[in-house]
Write a protein that binds this ligand. Structure first.
Ligand code: ZN
Length: 338
């Protein structure tokens, strides 16, 4: 197996469609936010934060996630983290990022002012765009543990504050309430309001979640989707429809959806002809990056350079960027030589 061609992979124009703004905060930015707000950081330096981030089990993951999330207080904080992540993605060759933003958490759980948060995130996106030209869009995510009424409320606020960068409504978190609460209506309203719809599904659960996300939420992309592999009919449906799964192998290992990278179904997904894009999900928490996920896929699936180009192309053509921008990026991708 040849070594992963890091510089070639970096040179490929690509998009990242599955990364959470609140989970993208690197150790340096975590320290800066803690200092800004006079909060004692969990460690004194970047290496210490990196070690602290190595969680042990889901409760410890959530504890770290919410500690870092709790440092996001002012619009400037949101601007800082959006810009920092976009600059890092650009350094890995990304030309476009679609941030999942936990709208339910901010609007419902924290009672925060969404217009201020949106203003901050957009300012960070604009700063990164003006510095390095990277494109970015936003996907407010719903948290199903709060129930459908809270989801309706969060959507109301999102729809009351339309912005050209807010392009889709997403669903994150566990599926416990999917069959008891009517989220279908929430997604119908989002579409009527001009948004695309996507959903996490088939991360820990099996293929039923993917069917539910397609049929009830009208998902145009699935985040993870590895659970689809439990049902050949669902695999066939995803292949026939060309609906992309935004797969994050390291996240699946870290959160024990699969035992290890060798036990991850990515090779079977590609062999089946499913449309896959690669993402990093919550990169500092999973000790990964977008480029690392390309390296993981290279190793796990015994990919060729052409296969890497295919994955990058999937990420571009399945983004919600304008057709003109997608065409331009795909043309740039076709010019990249191994
Ligand atoms: Zn995710």
């Amino acid at each position: 197996m040849p070594d992963f061609p890091t510089e070639f992979a970096r040179s490929m124009p690509k998009a990242e469609l599955h990364v959470h703004l609140e989970g993208s905060i690197d150790p340096r930015t975590t320290l800066a936010l803690a200092e800004r707000h006079g909060v004692a950081p969990p460690a004194d330096d970047e290496q210490g934060i990196r070690e602290w981030l190595r969680f042990d089990g889901f409760p410890s993951f959530l504890e770290r996630y919410f500690f870092v999330c709790g440092l996001l207080r002012d619009p400037d904080d949101f601007a800082l983290v959006a810009e920092a992540y976009l600059l890092s993605a650009h350094a890995q060759g990304a030309v476009h990022v679609e941030f999942h933003v936990s709208s339910s958490h901010h609007i419902i759980e924290r009672g925060a002012d969404w217009t201020e948060i949106l203003g901050g995130v957009v300012a960070g996106c604009e700063r990164a765009e003006s510095r390095v030209g990277i494109s970015s869009l936003l996907i407010p995510d719903l948290s199903p543990h709060l129930g459908a009424a809270a989801a309706e409320q969060a959507l109301d606020v999102v729809l009351e504050n339309p912005h050209p960068r807010v392009v889709a409504l997403g669903m994150g978190g566990p599926s416990d309430t999917w069959r008891t609460d009517d989220y279908g209506r929430v997604f119908d309203r989002a579409r009527a309001g001009g948004l695309h719809t996507v959903s996490h599904a088939g991360e820990h659960g099996d293929a039923w979640e993917v069917i539910h996300a397609l049929d009830e939420f009208g998902a145009e992309r699935i985040q993870h989707g590895i659970g689809a592999m439990s049902d050949p009919d669902v695999v066939a449906r995803l292949v026939d429809s060309g609906i992309a799964c935004d797969v994050c192998p390291r996240s699946n290992v870290a959160l024990a959806a699969v035992p290890d990278l060798d036990g991850h179904p990515l090779p079977q997904m590609l062999d089946a002809g499913m449309v896959v894009t690669l993402g990093s999900d919550d990169p500092p928490l999973f000790a990964t990056s977008l480029l690392d996920e390309y390296a993981n896929a290279w190793q796990m699936c015994k990919l060729s350079a052409d296969d890497l180009v295919g994955l990058a192309g999937n990420s571009l053509s399945n983004s919600f960027a304008s057709p003109e921008m997608i065409d331009r990026w795909l043309a740039d991708l076709s010019d990249v030589s191994f």
